[in-house]
Design a protein. Sequence first.
Length: 395
Amino acid sequence: MYSLRCIECGKKVDESSYTCECGGLLEVIFDLNAVEVDFRLDGKDMHVWKYRALLPVSIEPITLKEGGTPLYKAKKLSEVVKAEVYIKHEGLNPSGSFKDRGMTVGITKALELNKKAVACASTGNTSASMAMYAAKAGIDAYVLLPAGKVALGKVAQALMHGAKVIGIKGNFDDALRIVREVCEIADIYLLNSVNPFRLEGQKTIAYEIADELGVPDRVVVPVGNAGNISAIYKGFHELYKLEMIDRIPKMVGIQAEGAAPIYKAFLQKKNNIEPVENPETIATAIRIGNPVSAKKALRAIYDSKGLAEVVSDAEIIEAQKFLAAKEGIGVEPASAASVAGLIKLAKNGMIERGEKVVCVTTGNLLKDPETVLKVCGSPVVVGASVEEVLKLVRR
Ligand SMILES: [Zn+2]
């Protein structure tokens, strides 16, 4: 029903590989003529495994009821950018980020392949999600993090769910390079987004958007390691090939200024990136200089006639505050990059009046409490009396 193919040379590769001999990334290709699609895009009962017919596993899934996240119509944001804007809030998945969609598939695949342990390098959300699903599956989990550079909520999750958490004195890119080698040597299943099965779970974001809303004109996604934008594009592309939708939205990738190799490649119309040596941004989840899925992401952007844009840390924080205070949607900084990007594009006249846009917000506000305290300050403290409190109340 499906096979694993190299995106560079097209060679078929067996399921236990992460990359092709030629070094190319792999992707799962479904024989869409042979797939029996048993779900309808009717907006009902949405969750990752509703779309099982298009997910590449053969055993009962390890699931924590991921997916089915809310799609909010963002009224105030729509007024600001003069478009019809929706927020797909992935921060409301079980571990608080979109990673759960990929992890339910990835961990299930690990069991299918009889692996006893899983590992990942992470800026935080992947580790939290992997630890949670490994706990559910009853297998060991190893997490490599850039020491001191991961938001507190995410480290707390990985620790409490029982993963072995290892801080690396280096950045995410270092951690990824090391974990890839360790997995090879120690026969551990690698669950970074280089793992093509994880992206299969993440493509269900596209299925759910199409399921609930139909096809928007544009989907805006924060881009770090670049797996998610690739996965979402793949999801729309499959529905299009299956003739379940009649067009594919423009894919828009937003990066942080200090970690923007894909944006730079896009400007130069290149198909691959030059890595950024020391990526830096307040949005730690997308603080990545050498994104693994860069080629897939650029392909998604070009094929869908989309684009890439960058935003500053200040723009990210402003968008995070706007979403929280004006729309009631609490997201972590990296998530707000999509909204900051949309606002910037609208200012620059890049968004058509009234077009239908979905911004994906990837992680929950609670993931990164330290940044909140930095940008909002601490609560005001007063004496325990009605008078003291009344001084602070607008009357
Ligand atoms: Zn190849």
